[in-house]
Design a protein around this ligand. Sequence first.
Ligand code: NZQ
Ligand code: ZN
Length: 398
Amino acid sequence: MFDFTYYTPTRVIFGKEAVDRTAEAVKSAGGTRVLLHYGGQSAVKSGLIGRLEQQLAGAGLFVVTLGGVQPNPHLSKVREGIALAKENGVDFILAAGGGSVIDSSKAIAYGLGEPDLDVWELYAHTRKAKACIPVGAVLTIAAAGSEMSNSCVITNEETLEKRSYNDDISRPKFAIMDPTLTMTLPDYQTQSGCVDIMMHTMERYFTHGGNMEITDAIAEALLKTVIKNAQILHADPENYEARAEVMWASSLSHNGLTGCGNDGGDFASHKLEHEMGGMFDVTHGAGLAAIWPSWARYVCASDLDRFVRFAQNVMGVDRKAGMSDEDVALAGIEAMEAFYHSIDMPVNMKELGISPTDAQIEAMADGCVRAGGESIGSARKLYRDDMVRIYTAARGDV
Ligand code: NZQ
Ligand code: ZN
């Protein structure tokens, strides 16, 4: 195993009455003037925004609101938020939504931390952040794990670049998690969320070396729990217990727990998908489902032991007489595809509804290299040509 630092400063307030404790959480994190940031219409329609405004104002906090964050959140909205927050002397950003709203909030918080600098420089990786004002989250979708992660992903809609910036200073001060808030989600978003949750653990599972028994056991339990509860929610979206299992899994998958002792993670599927998100604006989790099987088949021989273990311990593949390790590993990948289909998730880009041209595939591979460097991945190092081959296989047209 490798040495590690595990840092999870986020206070989690979980359960049916959690939202009532938002103002108290903002105050104990030092907030006095709050930007309440949200997405399209879901949080307004559900009454959450009105409820939060009332609660914060009732607790003597100043509140200014900014909605309109789109999935794959845009840089222009971040800039609008920075300007509005500066005008109003905001000292705390409260995100009410999912990964997109939380990431937009983190980016605004970076912008306020260093008001004289251009925030996009962080995502272009031309400098590191030195400051960030505090962020809190009221979560409405279990998926990205941004409510406890150090990561923030923003799309520059002018250049179609979707880029991430990771820094512990942006980890939310608290996360309010009431599973009932997620019951209004369309099934497609619930299931995309489940895929993303699993991928955050799988990215850390398929690595070379440094694996710890306890980390593997946590990862495998988490993956099996999400598989089971995603299927329950597909049939019964108002099942509270299943909503709760999946919501807690979303945070544990991406707060670093499933990476302790390993080599830090593969994250190639994420990097490949972020280019698809930037170019085609696809839903992140569904995009991951569309790329993962092609990535897995491409790299599996280089990390065979892990794929065999995954097939047997997570996907329940039974090694029949005469099956080689390769056969078991492939059966595990096929079982994952069958699971994706069982929750109406795609297994390639055709099923996702996009068909990139050869030139677009080349452009996505170039983008991946610009964002991730000459090579990405841990299960197998991938260079530009490998990326092109994986995208081409994932197109699903042969
Ligand atoms: O905008 P509204 O109307 O709220 O609708 C949203 C949006 O259309 C809807 N929604 C959310 N909660 C709802 C709801 N609809 C009904 N009822 C509710 N309770 O769901 C849609 C998707 O929301 P979004 O915030 O985009 O989802 P998600 O949490 O999957 O976030 C995706 C973004 O996070 C990034 C992704 O790349 C993507 O940009 N990621 C962020 C990470 C991080 N910061 O740690 C890690 C991830 O790997 C990921 O890259
Ligand atoms: Zn993700």
